[in-house]
Design a protein around this ligand. Structure first.
Ligand code: ACO
Length: 326
């Protein structure tokens, strides 16, 4: 069989800011309760970044940990993609700021904006660079400060989100072109801009010149989530040439426990294979998948050779899925 260049995830790292905000903390200033939030979402707490932290600071910490796990140095990084919806500045890209803060050499650096699906989109773009021979050491980072986009008077949204960052290193490996290969094996990416009103931020540089606040019709987003995600997962599995029930670990975007359990049930994935961090992290948008990966790699659940299934859905609406062998 001929040799095929694949893009493999060779290191994973996560970073959470120090401050823990519990549901009871939120109930002190907004009309909600720990019981409601746990029952409807599975969330118990979230992290909030310090006022003097920028999203690039979170990204840099996660990136350092991913590089250490991969045994790579900052000098080797030739591509940085940051998936974020909460950049440090309107421009330059947060990826370029991360490049400077890490001390990486001149290379390629840019951001991806696909909200909660950003990490899956970014991995797919990195796959093009790495499998195409244009990058030998890529950093793909999901980093978010969703707490900076909250309307703290809106109980329907402010209880759902948190801050954090996760990163992976992606490098070329040689494979045989079979499903036994290590690497990114299949993708499905989707967007439907007609659903913008269901989830968006009401500010931007070319409209009102404001940063804006997150607005969501949660129950409408929920309605689309399980069906959309399940379709994308099935398509990504077909792209990879695997059966969904063959995956070792299902690592969904952590928006709501009811959504991720609903998707797992619809797809026939055993509950024991689902990595969930929503209780501790809440919804960290593009950071949630690499953060969840970092937790399950660190505690020894995810092992080299395991088949992983990632999926996400977010503002746009955007959604997507990826199958990879770790
Ligand atoms: N505490 C107490 N009551 C609340 C709260 C709260 N925090 N939030 C809403 N309620 C109330 C509502 O006001 C409503 O009250 P009413 O019946 O008196 O009008 C009632 O609870 C039911 O509201 P729903 O919105 O229908 O509640 P639902 O069961 O749908 O849960 C939730 C809301 C948790 C937001 C859910 O819809 C959800 O998780 N949606 C999906 C979110 C998501 O996946 N987003 C995509 C990713 S995010 C991104 O891309 C940035």
């Amino acid at each position: 069989m001929s040799s095929v260049r694949r893009s493999a995830v060779t290191g994973v790292g996560g970073y959470l800011p120090d401050e823990i905000v519990t549901n009871d903390d939120l109930a002190k200033f907004v009309d909600t309760s720990d019981e409601w939030i746990r029952e409807r979402t599975g969330i118990q707490m979230r992290r909030r970044a310090a006022p003097d932290q920028a999203v690039s600071d979170l990204a840099v910490e996660a990136a350092r940990r991913a590089l250490a796990a991969a045994g790579r140095s900052v000098d080797e990084v030739d591509l940085i993609i940051v998936a974020t919806t909460t950049p440090d500045l309107t421009f330059p890209a947060t990826a370029a700021i991360v490049q400077r803060k890490l001390g990486c050499p001149v290379g390629v650096a840019f951001d991806i904006q696909a909200v909660c699906s950003g990490f899956v989109y970014a991995l797919s773009v990195a796959d093009g660079f790495v499998a195409g021979g244009r990058s030998r050491c890529a950093l793909v980072i999901g980093a978010e400060m969703m707490t900076r986009l909250m309307d703290w008077t809106d109980r329907g949204t402010c209880v759902l989100f948190g801050d954090g960052a996760g990163a992976v290193v992606v490098e070329p490996v040689e494979g045989q072109g079979t499903t036994a290969d290590r690497g990114l094996l299949g993708f499905a990416l989707r967007a439907d801009g007609t659903k913008q009103d269901l989830l968006y931020v009401d500010g931007g540089p070319s409209t009102n010149g404001q940063v804006g606040k997150l607005r969501m019709q949660g129950n409408q987003v929920f309605r689309h989530a399980v069906v959309n995600i399940s379709e994308a997962v099935t398509a990504a599995a077909a792209d990879a040439g695997i059966e969904v029930d063959k995956v070792d670990w299902f690592i969904p975007h952590q928006a709501n426990l009811r959504i991720l359990e609903g998707v797992a049930k619809r797809l026939g994935i055993d509950e024991a294979k689902v990595v969930t961090t929503v209780a501790e992290h809440a919804n960290t948008s593009a950071a949630s998948i690499p953060l969840a990966m970092s937790v399950a790699v660190a505690d020894g659940r995810i092992k080299p050779g395991d088949l992983l299934l990632l999926e996400a859905m977010g503002g746009g609406l955007t959604w997507g899925a990826c199958v990879l062998r770790f």
